[in-house]
Design a protein around this ligand. Structure first.
Ligand SMILES: NC(=O)c1ccc[n+]([C@@H]2O[C@H](COP(=O)([O-])OP(=O)(O)OC[C@H]3O[C@@H](n4cnc5c(N)ncnc54)[C@H](OP(=O)(O)O)[C@@H]3O)[C@@H](O)[C@H]2O)c1
Length: 280
């Protein structure tokens, strides 16, 4: 049995892909009512909360491998790691980012803390260090649909942007056959470096009308996210990440996705076509 912690962008797709292969899979969610499609696909639904260790222990019964993906709050993911160790789980596949203990971005320091806890647990594990997800662009979709434009403080920085569905395919594949991947770190990216100007160009072609990209300052970007409902600490981290992108922080691409999946990574054009309705 594979346990996937949370049914967000990566988790829900990993569950569906594993069920397509008829692999037994359980998904940890705090609201089972939101997981009906996963239950219909044959996944077991475990009602649990990452802040409640006893509920995680119940979800961990008979689990051989864990796909550890969540918002990346250290106490919560360390709860899962401790539960996996208690349960004798064989392997943990951890979704993470370009983490480091001295990053200026808090959530990257948190990921580093979680990775250290995973290493100290003695559990066999694999780290999936992903570049920025294409699905982040969906947060801009309402502005694009209403104003035919969007802004960011990412400047002309280029990004090896990856479709979160490819992260899920890698995570699920490793969880199903983990042995060759123990102790490995993979750097997951899409097939090419793209800037937000390139994003605007792809969307212009797809939607058949000009989509404009406006460069924003750090403060303008953070304020715009807060106005759109993003909590202030997250807006701060997002704007920090975009400013670092402007300086080249995300300008890296690898072959890890095609090597692991045996097919090309999805391009931004593929992603935009699949999600066209959201931008229309
Ligand atoms: N976005 C990027 O560009 C990017 C890039 C590299 C790495 N990553 C990493 O990817 C991970 C996030 O993955 P994702 O994008 O798939 O996540 P996501 O779509 O944001 O989903 C997070 C899920 O966690 C659930 N959740 C939150 N608190 C919970 C709790 N206390 N107990 C149980 N479930 C809880 C949420 O459920 P509800 O529906 O109940 O709220 C939601 O389904 C992070 O580790 C991040 O660092 C992201």
């Amino acid at each position: 049995m594979i346990l996937v912690t949370t049914a967000g962008k990566v988790g829900s797709e990993a569950v569906l892909l594993l069920r397509q292969r008829e692999v037994p899979v359980r998904v940890l969610v705090r609201n089972p009512g939101k997981a009906k499609a996963l239950a219909d696909a044959g996944a077991e639904i475990a009602a649990a909360d990452l802040d409640a260790p006893a509920s995680i222990d119940a979800a961990m019964a008979d689990v051989t491998a864990v796909v550890l993906v969540s918002p990346g709050v250290p106490a919560q993911e360390l709860n899962v790691i401790a539960s996996a160790a208690r349960g004798g789980v064989g392997h943990v596949v951890k979704a993470t980012s370009n983490a480091s203990a001295d990053s200026p971005i808090a959530r990257r320091r948190w990921q580093s803390e979680i990775e250290a806890g995973l290493a100290a647990s003695g559990l066999a594990h694999t780290l999936l260090r992903s570049n920025a997800y294409m699905q982040n662009v969906l947060a801009l979709a309402p502005a694009i649909a209403m104003t035919s434009g969007f802004g960011s403080s990412a400047g002309q920085g280029r990004i090896g942007m990856i479709d979160a569905r490819d992260v899920a395919a890698v995570a699920g594949g490793i969880a199903a056959s983990p042995v060759p991947h123990a102790g490995k770190t993979y750097w997951l990216t899409g097939p090419e470096l793209i800037s937000y100007s390139d994003v605007a160009a792809v969307l212009s072609t797809l939607l058949g009308r000009p989509i404009t990209y406006r460069e924003l300052s750090f403060g303008q970007d953070k304020d715009a996210m807060i106005r759109a409902g993003v909590p202030e600490p997250i807006a701060e981290m997002n704007a920090q990440a975009f400013s670092m992108i402007a300086d080249g922080d995300a300008a890296w691409v690898t072959d890890d996705v095609p090597t692991l999946l045996g097919r090309p990574a999805r391009s931004f054009g593929d992603f935009a076509s699949d999600y066209a309705a959201a931008f229309s």
